[in-house]
Design a protein. Sequence first.
Length: 93
Amino acid sequence: MFREELIAILKQRPTSLHELALLLDVKPRELENEPRHLFRSLRADPMCPVIDPASCRRCGFLFDGYKLHMPGKCPRCKGTWISDPLISLTEKR
Ligand SMILES: [Zn+2]
């Protein structure tokens, strides 16, 4: 599949699910499970996947780190200005 491409992109910089979908020319829905598979398959690899959780840009609230979807609004301030969760790869120490 596009796993190789996905890894190549993630190695360069943190990328959101939507951005990845655009870069790989697939629907975000098709990618939803892919990072999870990726995470599993990378377990023995020197690269380790990391998710920067979505956060509210108004009050700084941090969302659940393993949700790859951008939440609709902030549960604390009800703000809708929310940053995308970012997926990245880092080298294991
Ligand atoms: Zn907020």
